[in-house]
Design a protein around this ligand. Structure first.
Ligand code: NI
Length: 139
């Protein structure tokens, strides 16, 4: 069982002022939650560095569906990696552009592989992989 620990941190005043302004802009009502979020970010990031760790994330793609064979290529890649893809959302942004968001889960290395394959496909204008966690190991 995990308890609550209180810690004291020595920090340069200018740095702390900058941090306070930043977290206020982001809507934090106290420093403790902001510090906890920074720590969680680092822990999640570290999980992803290990290729065998189980991870969850999203891949966001923007592309022009008129590019020849692009839809077919992206669908082909998704079928090749169907074990890693839980769900896909497709939005027709305008006459030309599509937005796709894929929810991915699996070993870190496999999730990165499918993400890299999709984002590097010719005709994809922008793509990002967002790293997150199932939350099971974070308080
Ligand atoms: Ni579309």
């Amino acid at each position: 069982m995990s308890g609550l620990s209180r810690i004291g941190v020595a920090i340069d005043t200018d740095l702390l002022n900058k941090f306070d302004r930043l977290i206020e802009k982001r809507g934090y009502t106290n420093r403790s939650e902001a510090f906890r979020d920074l720590i969680r970010d680092e822990l999640v990031e570290q999980t992803w560095e290990s290729p065998d760790s189980q991870v969850v994330g999203t891949v966001t793609l923007v592309y022009d569906h008129h590019v020849r064979m692009l839809n077919e290529k992206l669908t082909g890649i998704q079928h090749d990696f169907h074990h890693s893809i839980l769900s896909t959302l497709h939005v027709h942004l305008d006459h030309d552009n599509c937005l796709e968001v894929l929810v991915v889960r699996g070993k870190s290395a496999a999730v990165r592989k499918v993400s890299d394959a999709l984002i590097s496909t010719k005709g994809v204008k922008h793509g990002t992989l967002t790293i997150t966690t199932s939350g099971a190991e974070l308080k």
